[in-house]
Design a protein around this ligand. Sequence first.
Ligand SMILES: Cc1ncc(COP(=O)(O)O)c(C=O)c1O
Length: 431
Amino acid sequence: MTYQPSLDHARRRDEADPLRSFRERFALPRDERGTPTLFLCGHSLGLMPLAARTIIGEELDDWSRLAVLGHEHARRPWIPYHENLTAGLVHLTGARATEVIAMNSLTVNIHLMLASFFRPTGKRTKILIETGAFSSDRHAVTSQLQWHGLDPTQHLIELTPPPGSDSIPEDTIEACLAEHGPEIALLLWPGVQFRTGQAFDLHRIAHAGHLAGCVVGFDLAHSIGNMRLALHDSDADFAVWCSYKYLNAGPGAIGGCFVHERHLASSEDPWASQPHLMGWWGHEEPTRFRMEPHFRPAPGIAAWQISNPPILAAAPLLASLEIFQQARIDRLRAKSIELTGFLEFLIGRFKPDAEFITPREVDARGCQISIRIGGPSARGRRVFERLGERGVVCDWRDPNVIRVAPVPLYNTFEEVFRFSEHLAEVLREIP
Ligand SMILES: Cc1ncc(COP(=O)(O)O)c(C=O)c1O
């Protein structure tokens, strides 16, 4: 791919972009004067699909019109609401329909999956995560260890990048598993690391984990809607995600889970699944409202549901998944590679003032580029704040990293170019 550092070039790329019309389907944020901001923060909270307002309005309308009857008679009946979301999740995750479900939120789902899959026995009592894992993931695994009476200082292994590197190559994970495998019960790994933007080869990690006899789970918060996923084929045991980043389903939107079908019950033996925590919503739908004491599991991962779903937090996900199904994740990923490649090309000229900590290999990153600003941490922070004053919305991670993500559904080459111009000027203003 050849790029030129010019506005004309960026505009030509936008004109040639077959996905450019999808931008019109999102609410583009503005500052208090009404000027559009330069939004490059979809890795944190994606933009609102305009259809979200309509679809939430429809749910409110059904609620006001039908009250309790909406459970069965809403235009999208609320009882089986999660089923509306399955096709979109299948498309994005590469899972089978029985393996994915929208439910709860991310950390809650980590706990539910660990309740099922973290079964320390004998010498196999440890959990492997990365050093610098997202705080909530670390809190979840630490508390799960404690829940089992295990001391996290002894039973949590945190894998650090090799000296001088911000990334953890897959062979470092493999080496760790080869060395400590017999003690590791479970590994919880990100699909894309939130700080560095490093994308991992999930198939390779799952294979290495299984070879070592471990359960393998993935946190796909920064992967879903960003990378092409093939969860079923990757052979992961479970995966979890949130829907408010690249999935654009809004703050606190309903999250999701994957459990590989080998852990799910079959129709012949509905009790053959991995043990899981239970609630009435995991009970099979035809007999749920008989309220009998005996639990009959719903088919597939639906048995993992506990509570009835938050319709108003699920409706925007439906709006968003429809857009993804029309745009198609393979086309989005192809555009993303170009868009982020353009960003990399433009920012690459600002060394050593701006260095990447995101891998340069296309397969080892998604939309996001994490930029370390040269000089003291205070300089990086000022650069970030000055960008904000210029209407650039990106985010900051201590001690010196600015994260930027052009999102192929709604960002343009022109925006990437304008960001690079802002950054160049700000780096000059703050030497
Ligand atoms: C990797 C990761 N884990 C956990 C969380 C926490 O998510 P929630 O508040 O939905 O539990 C986030 C949120 O951004 C995240 O990015």
